[in-house]
Design a protein. Structure first.
Length: 238
């Protein structure tokens, strides 16, 4: 009887210093930009640091700032922030069972889960549990550290420069958000969500109180479930 084939040894190789440094720099830059937006609508420094430490969601913070800047109340602003940040719950759920971990570590993973960290863990999972664990924490910690550092720098710059919009920091995050929206137009289902959401927001903004158009426009994303999950271009036939 032949011996059972042994699985290959786990390859626990982390990301390069250049990759991690690039992510850290990008997170710092976005943290600075988002902080300038929050400061611009009168958010206190302690609230900015609390948000970046306990609920670091750039889209959530910008959604909150957008509603407040438009004259909306606190409740719809917070609901809008939680709505756009709800994807982090799905990301945390997707990490369940990726590797054996005690309860405290699972809580940390759920808190640090982000698109880039979860994607890295899934990509590394074929190389073993330890490879997935290392990939996740490398990117998650770089992302988190950059976000907190960038937020602190943003507050300091606001004290020194005053209006950070003068040096263009207020447009960095909106520009990256527009880039994400444009990228979503490559798929049929996400195109439906983008077009329906934008159309609903534009139509409802003149007639509803600030904050409500954003919440109602988000509901149109359900229409994307009826669209095929495919790109617009058909794959080339070899």
């Amino acid at each position: 009887m032949t011996a059972a084939a042994q699985p290959p040894a786990e390859t626990v190789k982390g990301k390069s210093a250049l990759d991690l440094g690039t992510l850290l720099f990008a997170s710092i830059a976005i943290g600075i930009a988002v902080t300038s937006i929050l400061s611009g609508v009168g958010t206190s420094g302690w609230a900015v640091m609390a948000a970046c430490t306990f609920a670091y969601s750039g889209t959530g913070e910008v959604a909150y700032a957008s509603v407040i800047a438009a004259g909306g109340a606190m409740t719809p602003a917070l609901v809008a922030a939680m709505l756009v940040s709800s994807r982090f719950g799905l990301l945390a759920m997707s990490m369940t069972g990726r590797w054996k971990a005690p309860l405290w570590e699972r809580i940390v993973v759920a808190h640090l889960a982000s698109e880039v960290a979860v994607a890295a863990a899934i990509e590394a999972e074929p190389r073993g549990e330890q490879a997935a664990r290392r990939a996740f924490f490398e990117l998650a910690l770089c992302n988190t550290a950059g976000w907190i550092i960038g937020s602190g720098i943003g507050l300091a710059l606001g004290d020194v420069v005053g209006n950070t919009g003068r040096i263009g920091l207020d447009v960095v995050f909106p520009a990256s958000f527009v880039g994400a929206v444009v990228n979503g137009l490559r798929r049929k289902d996400s195109t439906v969500a983008v077009v329906a959401g934008a159309g609903a927001a534009l139509a409802l903004t003149p007639v509803l109180p600030p904050g409500l158009p954003v919440l109602l426009a988000a509901a149109t994303s359900l229409l994307a479930m009826a669209a095929p999950a495919a790109t617009w271009r058909k794959p080339a036939v070899s």
